[in-house]
Design a protein. Structure first.
Length: 242
């Protein structure tokens, strides 16, 4: 995988992979632990270049143990995508409706970005959905569309309340989420900014992109009576004849 210049992403990601301690844990919990570790591995290598033996070795478990939780690489990838979108949907579901739409959108984006960076899901965004079966792909896309619809709802609500302004809600939503999806292309764990600083900075920038550029634009429903008075131009002076 191409990494930012000066950043040894592969070494950093593999070193941060969560190895199994050997303690017995419930199957669902252990599967979640493995998925987080797989996210770290995918940040270092493309899934297509790894075998189940490779993945197991990098996670510090046996191939048989890995097969106990997942059928194959495709199954691992599917669960990684579902875990990633699940984190974002959880963030959407826990927003406080008492907050203004722009405040909710900012908090949602912060949690979404943190889930990508600190949740070990950065590498997952770089994988190809075509590797999934049609049923798996449809299941994931349905969940992803739910999250994207939630982002658009916040933008639409912000426009209605006068705290946001954009000509095309769908385009604004795709622009915001597209910028976030590009994080794995440039993010470097050893870079100068922490994950919290990146999440907060990007969220601020992206929310500002859909806020009114002029203070007067914050009141789209202002009555015509409050508009600036109409100015009538004076008739042009008649020029003397020559």
């Amino acid at each position: 995988m191409q990494t930012p210049e000066g950043c040894d992403f592969a070494e950093t990601a593999v070193a941060s992979a969560r190895l199994w301690s050997g303690r017995r844990t419930p199957k669902d919990l252990r599967r979640a632990q493995i998925l987080r570790s797989v996210g770290d591995v995918l940040s270092a290598s493309r899934l297509s270049s790894l075998s189940m033996v490779d993945i197991a070795a990098r996670l510090g478990i046996t191939k048989g143990n890995l097969y106990y939780y997942f059928n194959d690489k495709q199954d691992i990838l599917y669960h990684c995508h579902m875990r990633s979108v699940g984190i974002s949907l959880d963030a959407l579901a826990t927003l406080d409706p008492a907050d203004s739409p722009d405040q909710q959108l900012r908090l949602l984006l912060v949690r979404h970005i943190m889930g990508i960076i600190d949740g070990g899901m950065a590498g997952v965004l770089l994988t190809d959905l075509e590797s999934l079966s049609e049923q798996q792909r449809n299941s994931y896309v349905k969940r992803r569309d739910e999250f994207e619809a939630g982002v658009r709802r916040l933008i639409k609500a912000g426009i209605e309340q006068g705290v946001m302004a954009c000509a095309d809600v769908n385009l604004a939503g795709r622009t915001i989420l597209g910028a976030i999806n590009w994080i794995p292309k440039w993010y470097c764990p050893s870079g100068p900014l922490s994950s919290k600083e990146i999440a907060a900075g990007m969220a601020d920038q992206l929310v500002r992109s859909v806020q009114p550029a002029h203070p007067l634009d914050r009141h789209p429903r202002t009555k015509a009576a409050k508009a600036s008075p109409k100015v009538t131009a004076k008739p042009a002076a008649r020029l003397p004849s020559l």
